[in-house]
Every structure is written in structure tokens, then in C-alpha cells.
Design a protein around this ligand. Structure first.
Ligand code: ADP
Ligand code: MG
Length: 333
């Protein structure tokens, strides 16, 4: 866009200086990014014979993160939640763009933010391909581009009755940290540190998504809570599910909390960014092999049913009181 300057005359960091200093790197040799930041468009080479997988996620201060959140963690998380969507599609990341609104060109914020962002990009060998920068209330919007063979994309609408329901990693520690930070429960500082790492620095399960191509029948990433997110698969695939509450993999901190809280946070907590996926029963060993290859634990937590609806049973066969409240930004406004 046209000339726009941030800050005062003395401490002037122009929009273009800012982009050059914090968001411009040479495309890595041999990678899919042919032309990156600095031209009218980025040029990305899609993998031959594959389709593009594209996803956008926005993070707004005061809505998705607290004012004053560690900018390095924020850089990590802004990209992580987007890569998590590629993981849930079984797509290989190619690159991403960043649309950034910030109140002032504060270098004490920009430096750690870009460091957190680009470190995760490096870990996945992708580049920031372009974006847009403007003054405004702090708002981060990332679009990721990935690539997947069309027939192997892990869609939400292709699960079948009888399939197993699986989840990666552990659930609920992010929600536990959130509640502790909001002072709605007490957590010892050393436990809060562990739980908060799950909230602030989610690890997108990209390797697992890739390994599950051709094995899983459907997948979604757990951003809003397991029951709500699984509910999207059930709805799109026109099936139901029975979940075994005793099989749920609780977060390491959550596992020492009272049972009712364990269930509530594992089933309805958000921000876990694990993969919930389904697979035919005869793929059990293939799923375990894929998980081992990806270096992530997976747990079988239930079964899809012809009968629609979502039930949660414990070992005694009791139906837990179900409160599936997937997060809805407009529910309370
Ligand atoms: P245009 O006017 O063509 O939209 P801009 O002046 O907005 O271009 O941006 C100049 C270049 O810098 C473009 O290549 C754009 O993709 C890139 N860019 C702008 N903001 C960012 C950002 N926050 N991160 C990465 N690249 C950016
Ligand atoms: Mg622009």
C-alpha cells in the first residue's frame, strides 16, 4: 500500500524498514518458495499432481490472547495454530503470509515476535512468503499454504460408522493454564509453568498428519475442545460416537486434578491443538506405526456409531453428564 510511517519523526521505523528488518529472509534453496517478501505477490511452486491446502487464522489481543502476552510465544502460537490446520488435513506446509496490525513499530515487541514466528517456520522448513503491515489494534492474521494429494486429504466428511476414534498427545492442560491465569482455580507456580507451555507453545502435529495419509478416514485439530471438534466430524460424516472417558489422555498437570475437572477440561477445554482422527478398525496397527514414525503418542478413545449423537461412557457404563460447548465467538455477544 502507499506510504505509511509509524512512530514519531525521531524514532521512525518505516513500514518498509520494519518489513525488511523483521520479516524478510531469502527463500531457502530448493524449497517451494520461488519469490518471497518484496514483490507484488509471492511465487510458490505446488507439488506436482497435488492440490493446495489453504487455511487462515486470526489472533486478536484481548480476544485470543491477553494484552502483554510474551511476544515470542505469540509469534510461535500464531503460526502453530495455522500449521495445526494443515496437519489436520494431512497437508505438507509450503509457506505462509502474515497480515499484521500493530499500534506502534515497537522493536522490543517486533524482535521477539519475529523470532518466535520464524523459529517455528525453520522447524518446519517453510518461509514467510509475504503479508501486509498496518497500524491498528494488535491483530495477527496468518494464512498457510500446504500441499496434499487430493485423494489423501484428511477431510471431515469421510468417517464411517465402526471406525475407531483416536486423539494424539494429551488433552486439557491448556485449559487448566487458562483458568489458573484467569484466577478461577489455583495452581502451584511450577505446575502453571508446565501447563502454560501447552497454552502458549502448542506443537502442531504436522508429522502425524502426513503419516496418517491413506490411513485415517477423517481428522480435525482440537482447538475448541474435543467434543465440539469431534462433533464437526460427526456432523459432516453423518455418524455418531461413543467416547470412553476412562481412555482419555489427560495432560500431565491435569492428571493430578479431581476427576470431574479432568473430564471437563479434556472433553471441553480448548487450545490443545492435538489431532482427533478416525480410522477403520483394521488400521489400528498402521495408526500406531504412523504415530511412532511421527514421534507422537496416540490413544484410542472411542468408536463411531450409525446412531447419531455423541455419548461419553466411563468404565462402569455410566453416561457422563454431557456438556458439549464448543467455543463460539458470537455465543455471548
Ligand atoms: P503492496 O502495496 O504490493 O501490497 P506492501 O507495501 O503492502 O505491498 O508490502 C510490500 C512487500 O512486503 C510485499 O511483498 C508484502 O508481501 C510484504 N509484506 C508486507 N507486510 C509483511 C509482513 N508483515 N510480513 C511479511 N511480508 C510482508
Ligand atoms: Mg500490502
Amino acid at each position: 500500500m502507499g506510504i505509511q510511517r509509524f512512530g514519531t519523526i525521531d524514532a521512525m521505523l518505516s513500514e518498509f524498514d520494519l518489513i525488511a528488518r523483521y520479516f524478510t529472509r531469502a527463500p531457502r534453496a530448493g524449497g517451494p518458495l520461488l519469490l518471497g517478501v518484496g514483490d507484488d505477490c509471492a511465487l510458490i511452486t505446488p507439488a506436482a499432481g497435488e492440490v493446495l491446502a489453504i487455511s487462515t487464522d486470526m489472533l486478536i489481543e484481548g480476544r485470543h490472547f491477553f494484552a502483554g502476552t510474551d511476544p515470542q510465544a505469540l509469534g510461535h502460537k500464531a503460526l502453530a495454530v495455522n500449521l495445526s490446520d494443515l496437519a489436520a488435513m494431512g497437508a505438507r506446509p509450503l509457506g505462509f503470509t502474515l497480515a499484521l496490525a500493530l499500534p506502534a513499530p515497537d522493536e522490543a515487541w517486533l524482535a521477539p515476535f519475529s523470532q518466535g514466528l520464524l523459529a517455528l517456520a525453520d522447524a518446519h522448513q517453510i518461509e514467510l512468503a509475504g503479508g501486509d503491515t498496518t497500524r491498528g489494534p494488535l491483530n495477527l492474521c496468518i494464512t498457510v499454504f500446504g500441499s496434499v494429494p487430493a485423494q489423501q486429504a484428511l477431510r471431515r466428511d469421510s468417517a464411517a460408522a465402526g471406525d475407531d476414534v483416536w486423539v494424539s498427545g494429551t488433552l486439557g492442560d491448556a485449559r487448566l493454564a487458562l483458568e489458573a491465569l484467569q484466577h478461577s482455580l489455583d495452581l502451584a507456580p511450577e505446575l502453571l509453568d508446565v501447563a502454560q507451555a501447552r497454552l502458549d507453545r502448542p506443537e502442531p502435529r504436522v508429522a502425524l498428519g502426513l503419516a496418517l495419509r491413506g490411513i485415517a478416514s477423517a481428522a480435525i485439530d482440537v482447538s475448541d475442545g474435543l467434543l465440539g471438534d469431534l462433533g464437526h466430524i460427526l456432523e459432516r460424516s453423518a455418524v455418531g460416537a461413543v467416547i470412553n472417558a476412562d481412555a482419555l489422555p489427560f495432560g500431565s498437570v491435569l492428571s493430578h486434578q479431581p476427576l470431574e475437572r479432568r473430564h471437563e477440561f479434556a472433553l471441553n477445554g480448548g487450545d490443545d491443538y492435538e489431532l482427533c482422527f478416525t480410522a477403520p478398525v483394521q488400521q489400528r496397527q498402521a495408526v500406531l506405526n504412523a504415530a511412532q514414525q511421527a514421534g507422537v503418542a496416540v490413544t484410542r478413545i472411542g468408536r463411531l456409531t450409525h446412531e447419531q449423537g455423541l455419548q461419553v461412557m466411563d468404565g462402569t457404563g455410566l453416561l457422563l453428564p454431557l456438556r458439549s460447548r464448543s467455543f463460539d465467538h458470537f455465543a455471548d455477544s
